[in-house]
Every structure is written in structure tokens, then in C-alpha cells.
Design a protein around this ligand. Structure first.
Ligand code: NAD
Length: 514
């Protein structure tokens, strides 16, 4: 059962997809994919719109964004309904991940905008400070191409979109073909908030539409999605010398030490593994538990996983939603089958929910798992918790680092200082201690993977600057020709005197040399 399938092209030759609900498996709509010409037209429109938008003051742009937050809050039920219709995620996940997170991001970026984007004057180093002033100005890059995945269809459209436009750019966003309506809704709400037409455009379409966007007249690509697609995008951007960021997949390890708060760690493991149906870039994919508490941890995690309520019949009390996409379901099933075949013991779940018609997979706990099983080496991106016992901290660190991915991870211990020291030893983009992290959702924290999990980082203090070109303007104070023509012996000796004063003389070092 495919969640979307290709159907006959339109009369103009545009590719078309039929979309189905992962909850009911019934059709929910048809999608006409934007063609290469549509992409180029949108980018041209965005470039035109950017001129006036980029000329607005930071304060003006902030006012538009605060209005957008107001509109999103007013339309929160519609956002939740739209997201659920095409993902089948629980109401709580939709509200928290898609509405709360977006409002929180907008609030943070609006507060940051003035601080991080206004012009500043910095001191030139050493003796140069007497002769030059350095102004920094944060210029918009132009048109940003944003390509998004399906697991957070509203938030992963809105967050890069908001940052890019606050920095004075316009954006052309390619929503995922799995979740096109949530992405498109962001464009609609931006227009409703009065953001001028052309500043935010959302195009829907398939991978080809995304590829067309990477080849269009954009100034940067901001991509969130899989490693395989990320590599293709990096190749195109390298060829065009286009800047890009890649936010890719992960295989986050959770390390639970013997002195951890067991209740908190078990809850963290089950929630962190199952929230958003496990389709969470910072979700827990591997669990390492120290020997003295291993048996009790497994017992409690199994009981908690079995108690999870699944399916929309539970209304707001639903814990675990549908798998958003049949392609992901196939990956999850393959990983569980591989583990079973190779001797893993399934203690909870391990199968599709037989009571529900849609794409529902039960919360799964498994033990007797080896490090080379697919479920330990490849991103599963589902509510699957493989639990492994370890003895020493060195062993846990080695196992956590034994991955091609490096996105996020966590350490659980009552000794926070020790937790932070262990966190620093993990080869990953970010870590949490006694928290499952939600790292992407912490706007002030720079977020970006290492190894195969990505290139560059988003969010954090440099989030808005990542969508700007930092342009230094050096202003000469005395005509600028301090070491200029004509070259002569006097200037040569002056240079020697200055250098000796700056770096040999204690007063010179104090004043200029450092
Ligand atoms: P995907 O790579 O299949 O697709 C992502 C987007 O890229 C879609 O819009 C798709 O249409 C488009 N696309 C496909 N081929 C393309 C091409 N050749 N050129 C340009 N665009 C193309 O990924 P997905 O399955 O939608 O997303 C799931 C992945 O995203 C998981 O690996 C997950 O970990 C990752 N993810 C990462 C983060 C993060 O911040 N690090 C956040 C969410 C999801």
C-alpha cells in the first residue's frame, strides 16, 4: 500500500501524485508537481520580491513575523488537523512539534534579529586600529532554496523559512511529496500575516522538483532530509559553488549509567524513541545500559512500551501515531526482521498493530542485539528500541562512536559533571544529559551533525547570520596609504620599528601586540 503513487500527468505534462492517509489508507488528494519552469518562475518572482523585502528595516521585518505568530496561533487547530491528515501523528505531537515549536522559533528569532543582524563596528587588530575602522554589515544573500522532509512538515518548513526571511531574503521552499499540504499551509499563513507576495513561496513536488530548485537561480540551499539526497545536493552545489547546509539523518545513542534516575531514563528512552512515531531526527535509535541496572531497565521499558496507546480512537490521549510513510515502514520492518533472524529477542511490539487498518507499527523493545545488526548501524526512524548491556564507560563510548552518523545523543546519570565529560567524548553534533534533547527544538543551540549527519549548522546565535553574507567595510582613517607607494628605505625601516615595538617592547605588546 503506497501512501502516494504516480498517476497520469496533467495535460501540460506536469507529474502528478495521488496521496493517501496513513491512518485510513483512503485518498486525501492529488498533487501536481511543480515543473522546472514553475521552479524557475517562482525563483524569478522571489528575486523580484526580495528587493523591497530586503530593503525593509529589521524592525519592520520583525513586525511581520510577530503577526505571523499571531496568525499561526489563531489557526493552530488547522495546522494540527492538516499535519495529522497527512501524517497520522498524535494531536499532542502535532501541537508540540508543529505549532508550539514554530511559535517558539519565531519568538526567539525576532528577539535575536536586532542583536545579530544590525551593523556593527569592530576594532581592527594591533596597530591597524589606529588607521582603520571595520564596519560589519549583514547583507541578505538573496533567494534561499529550502528543501524539507516529511517528519516535521510544518516546523521544518517554517523554521528555516522564518530565519531566511528575517535576514532579508526571500525563500522558495520545496515541501515533501509525502506531506505537501502542511508545507503549503505555511505559505498561506504568511500571506495572511501580510508578508508580501513572493517573499515566501512553497512549491510542492517530488524529488525532481527539489533537484530543479538546486539548479535554479538561488543563492543558497538549506536542506533537511536523508544522507543519500544530501550527497546529491552537495554535488550540485559544489559544481555551482553554491553555499549549503545539510541537516541529515542520525543513529543517536542513549547511554544509561548505573547511577541514573531509572524512572526518568526509562521514560526518556520510550518517549524519546517513540515520539513522532520515531520519525524524529534527534530520536533515540540505540540504547546502552550499564550492567547493574540493565535487567530492571529492560523490564520497565518493556512494560511502558506495552502500555502505549496507539491509534486515533484515543483522541487526545493517543501516544503513538501512524507511520507517516510506507517506505519508512518497510525500512523498520526490514530492520526488525534482520534482528530477529540474527537472534534478537523481541520483548514488546515487533509487528504492525493488527487492530488498526492504517500504517501502525507497535512500540518495539528488543534485546540480544549485536552491534552489526542493521537496526544498530542504519537509521531506523521508527519506534524501535534496541537495548544493549555494557560494563565500562569506555566500552559505552566506543560503541556510541561506532557509527557513520553523528547527529545527537544522550547520557543519563545523577552525576551531571560526569555526564558532561562523557558527552564530550561522543563523536556527534550535539548531546544531552538527562534529557532526550529535542535539540532541534532548542532555538538558541546551534544544531548540525558531524560525519554523515550533515554539513554546517542551523539555529543558535549564528542561525540568522547563516542566511546572511557578512560584509566587512574597512574605512581608512588617514587616506589609507599607510604602506603604499613609493616604496623606500624609510618606510621599510619604519615597518621594522613598528614590528619591534609591537612584539618586542612590553608597552607595545600591551598596547597593540597582544
Ligand atoms: P529525502 O532525502 O528522501 O527527501 C527530503 C526532500 O528532498 C524531499 O522534499 C524530497 O522530495 C527532496 N529530494 C529528493 N531527491 C532530491 C534531489 N535529487 N534533489 C533535491 N531534492 C530532492 O528525506 P526524507 O525521507 O523526506 O526525510 C527523512 C530524513 O530526514 C531522515 O534521514 C531524517 O533523519 C532526516 N531529518 C534530519 C533532520 C535534521 O535536522 N538533521 C530533521 C528532520 C529529518
Amino acid at each position: 500500500m503506497a501512501i502516494f503513487e504516480r498517476i497520469e500527468e496533467t495535460a501540460e505534462g506536469r507529474r502528478r501524485l495521488l496521496l493517501k492517509s496513513p491512518v485510513t489508507l483512503e485518498p486525501i488528494g492529488e498533487l501536481v508537481c511543480a515543473s522546472e519552469a514553475d521552479v524557475n518562475a517562482a525563483v524569478a518572482k522571489a528575486r523580484q520580491a526580495q528587493k523591497a523585502w530586503g530593503a525593509k528595516s529589521i524592525d519592520e521585518r520583525v513586525q511581520y513575523l510577530l503577526k505571523l505568530r499571531e496568525v499561526i496561533l489563531a489557526e493552530q487547530d488547522r495546522v494540527v488537523e492538516t499535519v495529522i491528515r497527512e501524517t497520522g501523528k498524535p494531536m499532542q505531537d502535532a501541537l508540540t512539534f508543529e505549532v508550539y515549536a514554530v511559535c517558539d522559533f519565531i519568538s526567539y528569532w525576532c528577539k535575536q534579529a536586532k542583536k545579530t543582524l544590525q551593523d556593527e563596528v569592530i576594532r581592527a587588530p594591533g596597530i591597524m586600529s589606529l588607521m582603520k575602522k571595520v564596519h560589519l554589515t549583514y547583507r541578505p544573500m538573496g533567494v534561499i532554496g529550502v528543501i524539507t522532509p516529511w517528519n516535521g512538515p510544518f516546523v521544518l518548513t517554517a523554521n528555516p523559512g522564518v530565519q531566511a526571511i528575517l535576514a532579508g531574503n526571500s525563500v522558495v521552499i520545496k515541501g515533501s511529496e509525502v506531506t505537501p499540504y502542511s508545507a503549503k499551509l505555511f505559505e498561506e499563513l504568511c500571506l495572511k500575516a501580510g508578508i508580501p507576495e513572493g517573499v515566501v513561496q512553497v512549491l510542492n513536488g517530488d524529488g525532481q522538483t527539489g533537484a530543479d530548485l538546486t539548479r535554479a537561480d538561488v543563492n543558497k540551499i538549506s536542506f533537511t532530509g536523508s544522507v543519500a539526497t544530501g550527497k546529491k545536493i552537495a554535488a550540485v552545489c559544489a559544481d555551482r559553488l553554491l553555499p549549503y547546509t545539510l541537516e541529515l539523518g542520525g543513529k543517536d545513542a542513549m547511554i544509561v549509567l548505573a547511577d541514573a534516575d531509572l524512572d526518568a531514563a526509562v521514560h526518556g528512552a520510550v518517549w524519546g524513541g517513540c515520539v513522532n512515531t520515531g520519525h524524529f531526527c534527534c530520536g533515540i535509535e540505540r540504547i546502552y545500559v550499564q550492567a547493574p541496572i540493565y535487567d530492571e531497565f529492560v523490564r520497565r521499558a518493556t512494560a511502558m512500551a506495552k502500555a502505549i496507546r496507539q491509534g486515533q480512537q484515543h483522541g487526545v490521549n493517543e501516544d503513538l501515531g501512524a507511520v507517516f510513510w510506507d517506505r519508512q515502514l518497510a525500512i523498520m520492518e526490514a530492520h526488525v526482521e534482520d534482528a530477529k533472524k540474527r537472534g534478537a529477542k523481541i520483548l514488546a511490539g515487533g509487528r504492525r498493530n493488527p487492530e488498526l487498518k492504517g500504517l501502525y507499527y507497535e512500540a518495539t523493545v528488543m534485546v540480544d542485539v549485536k552491534e552489526d545488526f542493521d537496526v544498530m548501524t542504519q537509521e531506523t526512524f521508527g519506534p524501535i528500541l534496541p537495548i544493549v548491556k555494557f560494563d565500562t564507560i569506555d566500552e559505552a563510548v566506543e560503541k556510541a562512536n561506532n557509527s557513520v552518523y553523528g547527529l545527537h545523543g544522550s547520557v543519563w546519570t545523577k552525576d551531571v559533571k560526569k555526564g558532561i565529560e562523557i558527552a564530550k567524548r561522543i563523536e556527534t553534533g550535539s548531546m544531552a544529559v538527562n534529557d532526550i534533547g529535542m535539540m532541534y527544538g532548542v532555538a538558541c543551540a546551534p544544531f548540525g551533525g558531524v560525519k554523515e549527519s550533515g554539513v554546517g549548522s542551523v539555529n543558535g546565535q549564528n542561525g540568522l547570520r547563516g542566511y546572511s553574507h557578512v560584509m566587512p567595510i574597512v574605512v581608512g582613517r588617514y587616506g589609507g596609504a599607510d604602506t603604499g607607494y613609493p616604496h623606500d628605505e624609510k618606510k621599510f625601516n619604519q615597518m621594522k620599528t613598528i614590528m619591534n615595538f609591537m612584539w618586542k617592547n612590553p608597552i607595545g605588546r600591551f598596547l597593540f601586540g597582544g
